[in-house]
Design a binder for this molecule. Structure first.
Ligand SMILES: [Zn+2]
Ligand SMILES: [Zn+2]
Length: 159
């Protein structure tokens, strides 16, 4: 059905009880928003993927985090693994749980206006005070699988 099969990425929680596979992960963004501060204790690196392109096995629990968002963690070890809007078609995978990130680019920093005051961002990646509107995280977060032909091509040339 789909001509180009996007790269498969695997990940797991710290104890290994939760295993997942994701196809067609989008770019990684660093998110400094208030939710991510509480979720991680610092800031989050995450890549979005279409929900129907993720296979998850093991004792995962979704926690209602805000009225509009929830995150998932392993019941055995507590590792936070995913975040999602309550309504939506994508899922954000926390990059630290991925076995590798081959073919995925780190795009930049978002919600910098909400970051903690105890650190500076010292890399040269683009920074956005909130969510970038065009060509930014939303577009990237919504991008998925077969429609993302330019990235799939790049991934193939890197492989
Ligand atoms: Zn675990
Ligand atoms: Zn965030």
């Amino acid at each position: 059905m789909v001509a180009v099969v996007p790269e498969m990425h695997k990940g797991e929680c710290l104890c290994g009880a939760v295993q997942f596979e994701a196809r067609g992960l989008a770019d990684i963004w660093f998110c400094h928003c208030r939710q991510c501060r509480y979720l991680s204790g610092h800031y989050v690196a995450a890549a979005a993927v279409a929900r129907d392109k993720v296979k998850i096995e093991g004792p995962l629990k979704w926690a209602p985090f805000t009225p509009t968002a929830e995150y998932a963690f392993c019941i055995s070890c507590g590792t936070p693994l995913f975040w999602r809007q309550t309504t939506g078609h994508t899922l954000s995978v926390f990059a630290g749980s991925l076995a590798h990130t081959k073919g995925i680019e780190v795009k930049g920093h978002i919600f910098v206006a909400e970051k903690g005051d105890y650190y500076q961002i010292t890399d040269d990646l683009p920074q956005f005070p909130g969510q970038p509107h065009a060509g930014g995280v939303r577009e990237s977060f919504e991008a998925q699988g077969p429609n993302q032909s330019t990235r799939s091509n790049k991934e193939q040339s890197n492989a």
